[in-house]
Design a protein around this ligand. Structure first.
Ligand code: G1P
Length: 290
């Protein structure tokens, strides 16, 4: 029996330069898709997968995220006075239990691998999920829940994967595949952001991981990889052969919300998935497409 996945890391220290000026004084993870910040989607997805402890790796200028998951007395008071039960219930239901959330600072932006390594003492000796809030997945069954369910059988390390057009491999961590049953791919190698002609496949990692605590030992070596950053992919690659390593083709659609077009598409898809908005949004889209 494998240890259950109870903890999740949310690396939220990134600068969000691709969304300037919106992100000049606001964390990119607070950008909303329809009416909910990206980070809240990620936290809800983790909760739905059974995660009990939430570890945010933050940086300077990210305190809005901490406030978002805290009590807001003034707002609650005002909503109570105005008898806005629906809104009150909404903001109360998103509050974590006391002690469920921890914040730790990544002092310098040295890469995703470094951000994850900053959380090592809070994770300890158990598997951990990692969710990148930029990667938003619209799915009937939340993406991380699909992974946790599969992980019960595979154990080891697991990443969520999807096929991308070959010319885009340089944006992703890419799998070298040993075996593939169409859903689970056994991994024999990983390359971070390969050029299309060098990519071992087009099966690419999206920002959902379940990793064994051994990853922290490899991250601790602090070797710099692609883009001169400490890469999570490089540390994961070192675990291949020592522990099972799988890519799960999740069911659902992933949006790259770190990119303007991906972010825009997410707005459309999530609005169309909302019964209270779909009709009006469709009418607007039709009018513009006309
Ligand atoms: C990171 C990872 C990469 C992964 C991607 C998914 O890259 O390093 O392996 O494929 O997230 O979004 P980033 O997008 O932070 O450059």
């Amino acid at each position: 029996m494998f240890k259950p996945v109870r903890k999740a890391i949310f690396p939220v220290g990134g600068l969000g330069t691709r969304f300037l000026p919106a992100t000049k004084s606001m964390p990119k993870e607070m950008l909303p898709v329809v009416d909910k910040p990206l980070i809240q989607y990620a936290v809800e997805e983790a909760k739905a997968a059974g995660i009990e402890q939430f570890i945010f790796v933050t940086g300077r200028g990210k305190s809005a995220i901490e406030d978002h998951f805290d009590i807001s007395y003034e707002l609650q008071q005002t909503l109570t006075e105005r008898q806005r039960q629906h809104e009150l219930q909404m903001i109360n239901s998103m509050l974590p239990e006391p002690g469920q959330v921890a914040y730790i600072r990544q002092q310098e932006p040295l890469g995703l691998g470094h951000a994850v390594w900053c959380a090592r003492n809070l994770v300890g000796d158990e598997p951990v999920a990692i969710l990148l809030a930029d990667d938003l997945v619209l799915a009937e069954q939340p993406c991380l829940k699909q992974m946790v369910d599969a992980h019960v059988y595979t154990g080891g390390n697991m990443v969520a994967v999807m096929d991308v057009p070959r010319e885009q491999t340089r944006r992703y961590g890419v799998l070298d595949v040993l075996r593939d049953d169409g859903k689970l791919a056994a991994v024999r190698g990983l390359v971070e952001k390969p050029m299309p002609e060098k990519a071992p496949s087009t099966l690419s990692i999206i920002g959902r991981y379940i990793l064994l605590p051994e990853v922290f030992d490899y991250l601790g070596a602090a070797e710099h990889g692609a883009g001169n950053e400490i890469q999570l992919t490089d540390a994961m690659a070192k675990m291949i052969g020592r522990h099972p390593f799988h890519g799960l083709r999740f069911e659902g659609k992933r949006f790259d919300c770190g990119d303007k077009i991906g972010f825009f598409e997410a707005q459309v898809a999530f609005a169309l998935a909302r019964p209270d908005l779909a009709k009006d949004v469709k009418a607007i889209l039709r009018a513009y497409a006309g």
